[in-house]
Design a protein around this ligand. Structure first.
Ligand code: EPZ
Length: 430
């Protein structure tokens, strides 16, 4: 069993390079299914959700050639519909973009019901509403979601989303790109990774406007052609290193970012007493004085991202006074809190409101990653306390963070990845 060992209590200093955005690369990679040609995708993060998606696409006939550690050539000329591997698909959430891609390419789709981080109920009713508006007949049968259409092609429609959904917006945008006629998505999500996927599709010859606003217009085109496209930097990875620098009281330059994407994170860190300097493609984060308690409400972009909630909680454990985090997006992304409590954190949860009574010293402990962002929050907390913490289930962190141990070591952290036999398995073996 792989674990991360951290001897914390040392400020982080130096520079760190942010990788490409996992949540932008995923829809772009699946959208390649629309293109009967070769696409070269650059600045792809080398993380397990991405490698896993390549296996899913290879399983339906895509030819994927690794060009460098972070760039690939994807050729979907010969892909087949409805043949993706059930167990591969159900292991993650982003695989559900295969629904929009197959429906857009073939006018039908058959994909296993998605998995993903366990945040309570994660419905896909808005995706289904969108596919039905595009002329699809959607059924869930035997663990698969099937979409069929009489015309054999998605047809343009007006769609109003009841909630701001990143996945729903992306799935419908992908399906409609080669649809017949104009599709208008209203109450669309505005995240940067939606703009990135629209830009990729337009580079392939699609006709999409309004991405980044809450109204996206997609004029379906007959055919898309191959292209070369570089994925935007990962704003959540960047935010995670910003919080790590602030929490350890260090001074870190975070390179390869788009500062505009980080505005909500930077503003909240400054409220908490952290200094954030912005440059063209970098931010510099430092903290001299004490952290101040503050309040956070997670919102769709450009609000404070829900994917930064656990990391912010770890930081606010160090701020004198009581801070509140209102998690307005997911109904249950609080499992990481149990792990912070093992370190002595005084945190209460009432409905969707987390209250953090900061200023109590935390202690090193054996810890566990419970999901992707919760795992990195626990890692950040371990970096702030003297003594050795060990973190298990690190595969969950490596789903979305490229070389997190190497990057933190480069900032002076005393951290390493080790293989420790699982005590249960060991006992049985003895
Ligand atoms: C994407 O998830 C991200 N995942 C999540 O990041 C991120 O937390 C989330 O967007 C919000 O930014 C990927 O991009 C792979 P949503 P997604 O659809 O698309 C409700 C990470 O750590 N909803 O925007 O699943 C839903 O229950 C991951 O990288 C419906 O009700 O999120 C939630 O309350 C974790 N019906 C809210 O909308 C639907 O049909 C936002 O969900 C769809 C969503």
């Amino acid at each position: 069993m792989e674990k991360i060992l951290v001897n914390g209590g040392r400020p982080l200093y130096g520079c760190v390079e942010v990788s490409g955005s996992k949540n932008a690369a995923l829809p772009i990679i699946y959208a390649c299914v629309l293109v009967k040609d070769k696409c070269i995708i650059e600045n792809v993060p080398n993380v397990s959700d991405i490698r896993h998606s390549f296996d899913i696409l290879r399983g339906i006939g895509a030819k994927i050639r690794t060009l460098t550690r972070t760039s690939v050539e994807i050729d979907c000329t010969g892909v087949k519909c409805g043949t993706s591997d059930y167990n591969l698909v159900r292991k993650m959430r982003g695989s559900y973009y295969l629904l929009g891609a197959e429906f857009g390419r073939f006018g039908r789709a058959r994909v296993a019901y998605p998995g993903g981080c366990d945040f309570g109920v994660r419905p896909i009713d808005q995706h289904i509403k969108g596919f039905e508006a595009l002329g699809g007949r959607v059924v869930t049968d035997g663990g698969y979601i099937e979409i069929n259409s009489d015309s054999g092609r998605a047809k343009g429609a007006n769609i109003y989303f009841d909630v701001s959904t990143v996945g729903g917006t992306l799935n419908i945008m992908i399906a409609a790109a080669t649809g017949d006629g104009m599709t208008v998505i209203e109450n669309a999500a505005r995240e940067p990774h939606i703009v990135d996927c629209a830009n990729f599709l337009n580079t392939c010859g699609a006709n999409i406007s309004g991405a980044g606003s809450d109204v996206i217009k997609i004029k379906g085109v007959e055919k898309l052609h191959g292209c070369t496209y570089a994925v935007i930097p990962d704003m959540i990875e960047a935010g995670s290193y910003m919080v790590a620098a602030a929490a350890t009281g260090g001074s870190v330059r975070i390179n390869n970012v788009i500062p505009k994407h980080l505005e909500a994170i930077s503003a909240k860190l400054e409220e908490a007493g952290v200094t954030v300097e912005e440059f063209d493609d970098a931010v510099h984060v430092s903290r001299e004085g004490e952290l101040k308690h503050t309040n956070v409400k997670t919102l769709p972009y450009p609000g404070f991202p829900t994917d930064m909630h656990p990391q912010m909680c770890a930081l606010l454990c160090l701020a004198e006074g009581v801070s509140f985090i209102n998690e307005s997006i997911f109904d249950n992304r609080f499992r990481y809190i149990e792990e912070l409590r093992r370190m002595g954190a005084k945190i209460k949860v009432d409905g969707r409101i987390v209250s953090v009574e900061g200023g109590h010293p935390l202690s090193a402990a054996p810890l566990m990653a419970v999901d992707l962002r919760g795992g990195v929050a626990v890692l950040i907390a371990a970096l702030t306390v003297e003594g050795q913490s060990e973190i298990s289930e690190i595969n969950l962190i490596e789903r979305g963070y490229d070389d997190v141990v190497g990057k933190l070591r480069g900032l002076g952290a005393d951290i390493k990845k080790v293989y420790l036999p699982d005590p249960v398995v060991q006992k049985k073996a003895n």
